[in-house]
Design a protein around this ligand. Structure first.
Ligand code: SDX
Length: 436
């Protein structure tokens, strides 16, 4: 970042001395006002719960222009990556800053492929859960449990340790997610295969049984690979900020990623894809397209507490570019499976059409986000609704670890420790219980 010619001056109406605050510029996007010395100079904090106007870090990984609906991974538009690259190329890009050449891709793919197995002890960890446990509860436990196997071999201040931890996490997430699924089905775990693609290997671990050979459908394999690309990273969203804050204490990367998994689970964040599919199925069950108008009235009624899941975004005030790509992927998959008339897809498109013409949504700049169509395409592929957010976590792991390593790799990073505006009781003395 570089010092801008502009600077900010904070003045106070009570005659307190004004404060000059430096302004810094990045390469693209909004400038920042540096308030790091504000408390020392004024004895006051800034106040921004929800971080609506706060840059918590500088980063060179992902850029979002919410007004234009633009998403760049290391400068490359998501639309180009989704069509011209695969997920492992995207992982290389996010981790190291550049798309791999042939040799680099071969080497990176080999390193990831050779770390896809998990310690045999992990299967006993699952046995503690009921078979109907939510996969995100299981995954939070499994990822945190990985710490137990690598805690002693992860010196996060050693760049090589940070890199092998990234490879291990990217490689093992598909294995852990498929184990959580197989456990819920009461089926045996399927070991990874080194002769399959990242997405193909995941599909086989999910859907194969020991009873017969499993053939990967290339259209579904490509669709899943694209779903991973679309979910890979997204600037300083809630779960990425959680991973950064957790990692800033110096904890091991597996524990920090487990914190990200837990945060992503929420319906306002990664849990929205599951909530969106459940919403569509509810509307379908209660009358389908004919009932959309009634449903939308509920959404617009503040007292109903009903939201149009998969719509709206803190940053995008235009169409989320990932939603467009997800809708295209949805079309491809449904056509491949002969499900062009999938009633939920038709219902989702009708909901989108009505919302984009309704002033409630238009005035609030609410558009479909990444979660609006992702559930329909995952369901068509055969992934159960309860596993949607786990798939999101699988794909987002590369973004989380890239952002964590970027922070740890900055010699100036400090432990994150926000302050507060205190509104509680002033000092008072404890009275003996007889006098309370
Ligand atoms: C993800 O941050 C990221 O980058 C996240 C993510 C990523 O890749 O990491 O993109 C992934 O989490 C996508 C978002 C998934 N969540 C949902 O689809 C859940 C539904 N959406 C909302 O909960 C909401 O839009 C949020 C949480 C996504 C954003 O919330 P904000 O920025 O705090 O906005 P807000 O709640 O203040 O909404 C502004 C207005 C409010 O109305 P008013 O008070 O102004 O009258 O819009 C309304 C909201 O009530 N609103 C909605 C709505 N989303 C916002 N009304 C109905 N349905 C919705 N979905």
């Amino acid at each position: 970042m570089k010092l801008a010619d502009n600077k900010a001056t904070l003045s106070f109406s009570n005659g307190s001395p004004s404060v000059d605050l430096p302004v810094y510029q990045g390469s693209i996007g909004p400038d920042v006002i540096d308030i790091r010395k504000l408390y020392a100079q004024t004895g006051m904090f800034t106040y921004d719960p929800g971080f609506l106007s706060t840059a918590a870090t500088q980063s060179a990984i992902t850029y979002i222009d919410g007004d234009k609906g633009e998403l760049l991974y290391r400068g490359y538009p998501i639309e180009q990556l989704a069509v011209n690259c695969d997920f492992l190329e995207t992982c290389h890009l996010l981790l190291y800053g550049n798309l791999p050449n042939e040799a680099q891709k071969k080497d990176f793919t080999s390193r990831v492929t050779n770390h896809t197995m998990v310690n045999e002890q992990m299967q006993f960890f699952l046995r503690g859960f009921r078979r109907d446990a939510h996969p995100m509860a299981v995954l939070t436990g499994l990822v945190g449990g990985l710490s137990a196997f690598y805690h002693d071999s992860t010196d996060i201040n050693n760049p090589e340790h940070r890199e092998i931890a990234a490879i291990r996490l990217i490689a093992k997430m598909p294995t852990l997610v498929s184990m959580a699924y197989k456990y819920s089905m009461g089926q045996p775990y399927i070991y990874p295969r080194n002769d399959l693609s990242y997405a193909g290997n995941f599909m086989r671990m999910m859907f194969a049984t020991p009873c017969e050979e499993y053939k990967v459908n290339p259209v579904l394999e490509r669709a899943l690979d694209r779903i991973f690309i679309l979910h890979a990273d997204h600037e300083q969203n809630a779960s990425t900020s959680t991973v950064r804050l957790c990692g800033s204490s110096g904890t091991n990367p597996f524990a920090a990623i487990a914190a990200g998994v837990a945060c992503l689970w929420g319906p306002a964040h990664g849990g929205a894809n599951e909530a969106c599919l459940n919403m569509l199925e509810d509307i379908q069950r209660n009358g389908g397209v004919a009932k959309v108008g009634e449903f939308m009235e509920k959404v617009k009624d503040k007292n109903s507490g009903v939201k149009l899941m998969g719509f709206g975004h803190r940053v995008y005030k235009n169409y989320d570019p990932r939603a467009k790509l997800m809708q295209e992927t949805c079309n491809e998959v449904l056509q491949e499976l002969g499900l062009e008339n999938d009633p939920l897809f038709k219902l989702a498109k009708q909901l989108e059409k009505i919302a984009l013409e309704d002033d409630y949504f238009v005035s609030r700049k609410l558009y479909p986000n990444v979660d609006f169509y992702s559930g329909i395409v995952q369901r068509a592929i055969g992934i159960p609704v309860s596993l949607f957010t786990a798939i999101f976590a699988l794909a987002r792991t590369v973004g989380w670890i890239a952002q964590l390593n970027e922070m740890i790799g900055d010699p100036e990073y400090k432990i994150g420790r926000p302050r507060q505006l205190f509104t509680g009781a002033e000092r008072r003395d404890v009275l003996p219980i007889s006098k309370r």
